[in-house]
Design a protein around this ligand. Structure first.
Ligand SMILES: Cc1cc2nc3c(=O)[nH]c(=O)nc-3n(C[C@H](O)[C@H](O)[C@H](O)COP(=O)(O)O)c2cc1C
Length: 364
């Protein structure tokens, strides 16, 4: 049994949905903890008023009873409050009545850096909205909800995962990040940045080197790269390692199997080594600009300015929460692969037995 995740939902449709499969029964879930992460995703210094507009909240419609998982598919729903303004524009069936609200006019001005052009060509859409509604990062809310569930599972195994921005617009101090955001906002421009996710408490032995798809470093990279706007991922000292000598690049082993350094970011050969897991993701500047880039009107073929939509200046703080969720989900999956269990007690017993087996060598 392994953890599975399917998400669905459009940015301005009725709701976003996450279906999590493979959870053991009996895991305690708190609505407040899931909502707190949803709220964290919406906050941040560079966010637009839409985030204040929509205070996300989870509804669970399957797989949970009285706060404990049933061992059956868990369905998490996050409503799009703004949908009431898009009832005609996002009507699933042929809309009736006079067109009204938002999304009535077809979008024909693709934004460079978005799914707009590639999506319209790939799927044969005349209205670019048919591509951007799903490609938008709004559905990261569903991933964050699923990540909160994964964190609850990791929590009972004493693993905690935490993401934070380490660079915004090239600045790495709190003041610098704010100033860079203010300055980009004033110039009606956008910024990118770098986030770091650290997971502590994972035992050695999660992941495997047997096949490349089993390597946890590869799986974490996939999980992070799958997030909108992420253009680079590094594990541990990552790219900096390429510029060092071997004597400066690895982590020497002390008695008790502790390491003097953690340049590998807790992963060797795709397997956790007991040190904190450290991964970073680089985010490009947001592509919806108040000062639109050159584009082409797909309905006429004539040069035009890209669509201008209200957008964030930067969403690096939000990415930190989304990246945290992605890492948590992948780690929870790796933990369940190792420890299994239909009931959470089985998972805990296997975890305890494993820690006992390695205790004579791995002393923590
Ligand atoms: C949390 C988060 C929030 C985002 N918010 C915006 C936004 O407000 N405006 C925007 O243009 N892009 C935003 N993006 C980025 C786009 O969704 C992304 O660049 C686009 O879908 C194209 O995908 P790609 O950058 O992976 O190629 C956001 C991404 C994330 C992870």
């Amino acid at each position: 049994m392994t953890l599975g995740l399917v998400t669905a939902g459009e940015s301005h449709g009725p709701a976003l949905v996450a279906v999590v499969t493979g959870l053991p029964a009996g895991l305690r879930l708190e609505k407040d903890a899931i909502d707190a992460d949803l709220r964290r995703r919406q906050q941040g210094y560079g966010r637009s008023p839409r985030q204040q507009l929509e205070s996300d909240e989870v509804t669970v419609i399957t797989g949970l009873r009285h706060g404990r998982t049933l061992g059956t598919p868990l369905t998490l729903v996050v409503g799009n409050r703004d949908h009431e303004n898009w009832l005609w524009g996002m009507s699933p069936f042929e809309p009736e009545g006079v067109p009204s609200g938002k999304g009535v006019k077809p979008v024909t001005l693709p934004r460079p850096g978005h799914a707009d052009l590639a999506g319209a060509l790939k799927y044969g859409h005349d209205d670019v909205r048919n591509a951007l509604e799903r490609a938008s990062a709004r559905h990261t809310a569903a991933h964050v909800a699923a990540g909160a569930v994964a964190k609850a599972l990791l929590g009972v195994l004493d693993v905690s995962v935490s993401g934070r921005p380490v660079e915004i617009g090239g600045e790495s101090t709190d003041d610098g990040m704010r100033e860079a955001t203010d300055s980009a906002r004033k110039d009606r421009d956008t910024l990118g940045g770098i986030v770091e996710v650290v997971a502590t408490g994972a035992p050695p032995g999660l992941g495997s080197y047997a096949e490349k798809r089993d390597r946890l470093d590869a799986r974490l990279a996939f999980a992070l790269m799958g997030i909108q706007a992420v253009k680079g991922v590094e594990v541990g000292d990552g790219f900096a390692l390429a510029r060092r000598r071997g004597t400066e690049a690895h982590d020497e082993i002390d008695p008790g199997l502790e390491r003097r350094t953690n340049r590998a970011g807790g992963l060797e050969a795709g397997v956790t080594n007991g040190e904190p897991i450290v991964v970073r993701a680089a985010m490009k500047p947001l592509p919806t600009l108040m000062r639109p880039l050159d584009s082409v009107d797909l309905s006429t073929g004539e040069p035009a300015q890209a669509l201008v939509e209200r957008s964030d200046v930067q969403a690096v703080e939000a990415l930190a929460v989304v990246a945290e969720a992605a890492v948590a989900f992948e780690l929870a999956r790796a933990a369940l692969e190792k420890f299994g269990g239909d009931a959470i007690g089985d998972t805990l017993a296997a975890h305890r037995a494993y820690l006992e087996r390695i205790a004579d060598r791995w002393q923590r």
